[in-house]
Design a protein around this ligand. Structure first.
Ligand code: ATP
Ligand code: MG
Length: 390
């Protein structure tokens, strides 16, 4: 019996003439995630991608697990393929889902038939297979309204498939199908989540971290590398750009009034991010800001932060509560690392009374004390790059 994985496409199905491009991207990402797990054949028919093991040593459990992080699929099923014949379908269901049918108190059979030339209707297949299964597993009664177990049958072009309840896919769009963006990755809870959310919309991510050694330690840098690795199953291969930020922060501390430290520092982050974006063909800057969370995340502060660039600054978390962000951080597995207690450069030289409603003309005046262009260029020249692969 052949065991395969079916991946049901989400929004890709809404695409028109360019659907193929999205499907190809999705399949490339699926193949990338299967690397090292065995020899698989990956192909797409009718908005479903099939993952077929080509040899006995394929790690199907690991493959199923890996598929949960590939954006583009809304449902994942492990299924058994069989001949398109009503008795073969029944035999397969009995064997493949026998253990579940023995355990469950009730079941129903649900059939989908995309091969309209198949001689039985969906309902007739369900009734036929359901009847035989009910005879074979008398402890498990038929309940079409609220069954504990649903036996899914699909009659498709090349074969019929039997599978249990599908598990949830990662949703979203295939990474790489919607351009690239730079994502500001601190060591906190929020930015790994915003990075994940942007990747979910099909965006290839270039993570950027601002590093203020010795104010922030090597451990803080390691933490960010770990966070990047944790989101890599979703985002794919990325190059983390680590920007030396110490000199800029010291210059701001020495030459600007304290209440402006944070906002001016954030403007530097935005400018440098834009440079990195433009040199990598990326079209946006992503941050983990959430409206009103801290002084630098008021609408006025956001406006001043992005005034110095022309690329859009996208804030996927802007309307989420902290509790919602934490929930997502736990779901994607970054929370426990994010709460490790290492300093972020934002907490170095934090003003006692930051301006919550900074005015752009005041900020521009204060910045005159700094060699903005020179500092930006110097930081960009000294970037350290770490390849993050999954
Ligand atoms: P996080 O939990 O992501 O650190 P935060 O609530 O601590 O966010 P801030 O420190 O104000 O908020 O940072 C807001 C956003 O700015 C972060 O989500 C991140 O996108 C970016 N950011 C902050 N510090 C850094 C840094 N050292 N390197 C890269 N990006 C940063
Ligand atoms: Mg932070």
């Amino acid at each position: 019996m052949e065991d395969i994985i079916l991946l049901k496409h989400g929004e890709i199905v809404l695409k028109g003439l360019n659907k193929r491009i999205f499907e190809d991207k999705f399949m490339a990402n699926v193949r990338r995630r299967l690397r090292g797990l065995g020899d698989f054949r990956v192909y797409t028919v009718q908005s479903t991608t099939y993952v077929e093991p080509q040899s006995d040593d394929c790690d199907m459990d690991a493959a199923l697990e890996a598929m949960k992080t590939v954006f583009g699929a809304v449902a994942i099923s492990r299924a058994a393929a069989c001949e398109k014949d009503k008795d073969a379908i029944f035999e397969t269901a009995k064997r493949y889902l026998g253990a579940e049918l023995k355990k469950a108190k009730s079941f129903k059979v649900e059939t989908k038939r995309s091969d309209k030339s198949f001689p039985m209707t969906s309902i007739a297949v369900s009734q036929y297979v359901g009847g035989l299964l009910a005879d074979s597993f008398p402890e498990c009664r038929v309940d079409v309204h609220n069954p504990e177990l649903t036996v899914n049958i699909e009659v498709r072009d090349f074969a019929a498939y039997v599978h249990g309840v599908p598990i949830e896919g990662a949703g979203g769009m295939p990474v790489g199908s919607n351009g690239s963006a730079v994502s500001l990755l601190s060591g906190g809870i929020d930015s790994p989540v915003s990075t994940y959310m942007m990747a979910k919309r099909g965006v290839h991510i270039i993570p950027v971290h601002f590093f203020s050694f010795p104010y922030t330690s090597e451990l803080a840098k390691e933490k960010v590398i770990t966070l990047a690795k944790l989101v890599a199953p979703y985002c794919g291969r990325m190059t983390l750009e680590i920007v030396p930020f110490t000199k800029i922060q010291e210059e701001i501390r020495d030459k600007c009034p304290e209440e402006y430290f944070t906002i001016i520092m954030r403007r530097f982050m935005t400018r440098i991010s834009e440079k990195i974006a433009l040199s990598n063909g990326a079209s946006a800057i992503v941050t983990g800001e959430s409206l009103g969370q801290v002084a630098s995340q008021t609408m006025q502060a956001m406006a001043v932060t992005e005034e110095c660039v022309s690329l859009p600054v996208i804030r996927p978390l802007v309307c989420l509560d902290k509790a919602e962000i934490v929930k997502l951080a736990r779901k994607i597995g970054t929370f426990d690392t994010s709460i490790l207690p290492y300093e972020d450069c934002c907490t170095v030289f934090t003003p006692r009374h930051p301006r919550t409603k900074p005015q752009i003309d005041e900020v521009l005046e204060v910045e005159k004390a700094l060699d903005v262009g020179g500092l930006v260029d110097e930081a960009v020249m000294n970037i350290e790059r770490v390849v993050i692969s999954k």
